[in-house]
Design a protein around this ligand. Structure first.
Ligand code: F0G
Length: 480
C-alpha cells in the first residue's frame, strides 16, 4: 500500500479543474487548494488549517432537507442506516460505496423538561443531543467514519492521534472493527479517564503514555506522524470535521428540519464547534435552511483559552483576516507562566486548541458566544442530566452548565429552543461520578475537593447498612 504523502511545499498537486471536491486553506487571502489524495495537516503555503471544499453547483444536492427521509426506507443498507452517510450528499468527498461505517450516528435528540426547569427555561425548549450512544460511546465516531474513509482512499496503513481519551477509543475501535489501519495513540500520562483508556487497550491499540499533558501529546503526534508518514486522525484532519457536521443534520432531522435558536457545545480542541459552523454555513449557502442558529461554546474554567481570546481579547475571524498576533501573544504568555490546563472534565483539558481559527470563524458565522464554567457547575449539571436518565461524562455537562449561565445572564431567553450536545457517555469516566455521589468525605476531597469543588448539591449518596434484614428494611422505610 502507498505511504501517505508528506508535506513538501511546492510538490503539492492542485485539484483538477474537474474536481468537485478538494482541500482548501481556510484563509481567503491564501486560498491555496489541494487535491483530496494529499494528507496535509496544515496548508503548506501559509501554515493555516484546511477545509474540505465542494463545488456544489456540480454536485447532486437535494432540493430540500426532507428528501433525506427517503433513506429511512433503505435502512437495511448500512450506509443509509449510518447517521453519517445517510447525509452523504452533504459530505460527498468519496463515492458512497467507498465510505467506511461501523454503525455510527444512531443518536437521538431528547426533550429534557426537568433539566430545562433547572436551567431556567420553559418546558419544551431544551433538547439534549445524546452522542454517547455511538459505538465507542462518544461523538468522535462521526468524524472517525469520515477520516477512515479518507485514510482508505489514500492507502494509509497506520493511523495516529493524540487524545484526552475519546478520539483514541474511537480510533482503536475503527481499527479493530475494519482492520484497515493499525492504531497508534498518544495520551498524556494520568490525563485520561479510566473508561477511555480501557477501550484503547482492549481494542488493541499501541498506546503511548507521554510524560506530559494533551497539549504536549498533540505537538508530539504531529511531529512523529509527519516523520513516519502515519495518517493523523485528530480533528486538525479536515475530513474528521466533515463527519462531525452530521451531528447537526441529525439535530435538524429530529426537529423536523427547523433550525433551533441555540446550539450549546463544550469546547476542547474545537473540532465540533468548527464542524457545526461549517455545517450550517453550507446549508445556508445551499438554500436548505433560512436562518442560522447561534452557537455557544463552553470551556471549563481550568481550560479557557478560547474564552480568554474571544471574550476578553476580542480575537475575531474578521471576514478571514484574524489578528493571529493576539493568539500568538497568549500562547507565549501561557509558556512564560507555565500555565497548564486543569479540570475534572478531562476531555476538554486543553489549552492550545488546534481548531482555534475555524472556531472563531464559526462564531462569526453564527453570532456565537463563549463562556466558561467551573468544575462544580459542570458536576452539578451532570447530576441533573443523570437524574433525567441521560448519563454523560463531565465535559458533556459543560454544555448544560453553560446554557444555565447564559439563561441567567439573559443571553438565552427562557422561551428559546436550545440544543445542548452531550458528547460522551457516563461510563467513560465513572470515577468523577462516584466521587460526586460519594458518602466518604476523604474520597470526595481527594478527587474533587482538591480541584476546588466545595460541595455536591445533587449527590445521591449510597446508604450504608449492615448485613441484616431488619436494618435494610429500616433504611428503605426511612429513605424511600
Ligand atoms: N466532549 C468530549 C466527551 C470530548 O471527548 C471532547 C474532545 C470534547 C467534548 C471537546 O470537543 O475538541 O471538538 O472541542 N475530546 C478530544 C479527544 C480532544 O482526544 O478525545 P472538541
Amino acid at each position: 500500500m502507498k505511504r501517505p504523502a508528506t508535506t513538501t511545499p511546492g510538490s503539492v498537486p492542485s485539484p483538477r479543474a474537474t474536481d468537485t471536491c478538494y482541500q482548501q486553506c481556510i484563509l481567503p487571502d491564501c486560498g491555496a487548494t489541494f487535491s483530496l489524495d494529499e494528507t496535509l495537516p496544515l496548508c503548506p503555503r501559509c501554515g493555516n488549517l484546511l477545509d474540505v471544499a465542494y463545488r456544489w453547483d456540480r454536485l447532486p444536492v437535494p432540493a430540500s432537507l426532507a428528501e433525506f427521509e427517503r433513506k429511512w426506507a433503505r435502512r437495511a443498507d448500512p450506509r443509509s442506516a449510518s447517521g453519517v452517510w445517510r447525509f452523504h450528499e452533504l459530505l460527498p468527498f468519496a463515492p458512497l460505496e467507498a465510505c467506511v461505517t461501523i454503525g455510527e450516528g444512531q443518536t437521538l435528540l431528547h426533550p429534557a423538561d426537568a433539566v430545562a426547569r433547572w436551567v431556567g427555561m420553559k418546558p419544551g425548549g431544551l433538547f439534549l443531543q445524546y452522542e454517547g450512544m455511538n459505538p465507542s460511546g462518544s461523538f468522535k465516531d462521526n468524524g472517525m467514519a469520515a477520516a477512515f474513509t479518507h485514510g482508505r482512499m489514500i492507502g494509509a496503513t497506520r493511523a495516529a492521534c493524540a487524545s484526552t481519551g475519546n478520539t483514541s477509543a474511537s480510533l482503536a475501535l475503527y481499527c479493530a472493527v475494519t482492520g484497515l489501519m493499525k492504531a497508534v495513540i498518544f495520551v498524556g500520562s494520568g490525563k485520561i479517564a479510566v473508561g477511555k483508556l480501557s477501550q484503547a487497550l482492549d481494542f488493541g491499540a499501541l498506546t503511548l503514555q507521554i510524560a506530559g499533558d494533551f497539549d504536549d501529546a498533540m505537538a508530539r503526534v504531529q511531529e512523529v506522524s509527519r516523520e513516519l508518514g502515519i495518517y493523523l486522525v485528530n480533528s486538525v484532519n479536515p475530513f474528521r470535521l466533515e463527519g462531525q457536521k452530521t451531528i447537526m443534520y441529525r439535530v435538524l432531522e429530529a426537529l423536523r428540519w427547523e433550525v433551533p435558536d441555540w446550539i450549546v457545545v463544550p469546547g476542547g480542541n474545537l473540532g465540533n464547534s468548527s464542524a457545526f459552523g461549517k455545517a450550517f454555513f453550507e446549508l445556508a449557502q445551499l438554500g436548505l435552511i433560512d436562518r442560522m442558529p447561534r452557537l455557544a461554546v463552553i470551556n471549563a474554567t481550568g481550560a479557557k483559552t478560547l474564552f480568554e481570546l474571544y471574550e476578553n481579547q476580542h480575537l475575531r475571524w474578521n471576514g478571514g483576516r484574524p489578528d493571529a498576533a493576539i493568539a500568538d501573544a497568549y500562547s507565549e504568555k501561557m509558556d512564560a507562566e507555565g500555565l497548564r490546563a486543569s479540570t475534572i472534565a478531562s476531555a476538554i483539558e486543553i489549552n492550545r486548541p488546534v481548531n482555534l481559527m475555524k472556531c472563531i470563524r464559526a462564531l462569526e458565522w453564527t453570532d456565537g458566544v463563549v463562556r466558561h464554567v467551573s468544575d462544580e457547575a459542570i458536576l452539578d449539571a451532570k447530576a441533573q442530566i443523570g437524574a433525567g436518565g441521560m448519563g454523560c461524562e463531565p465535559a458533556s455537562a459543560a454544555s448544560v452548565a453553560g446554557a444555565k449561565l447564559l439563561v441567567a445572564e439573559g443571553v438565552i431567553p427562557p422561551e428559546a429552543r436550545v440544543v445542548c450536545v452531550l458528547t460522551g457517555h457516563q461510563l467513560k469516566d465513572p470515577g468523577a461520578t462516584v466521587a460526586y455521589h460519594t458518602s466518604d468525605p476523604e474520597h470526595f476531597d481527594e478527587v474533587l475537593g482538591s480541584r476546588g469543588v466545595r460541595g455536591a448539591a445533587f449527590a445521591n449518596r449510597a446508604v450504608t447498612v449492615g448485613n441484616d434484614v431488619d436494618e435494610i428494611i429500616e433504611a428503605i422505610r426511612r429513605y424511600s
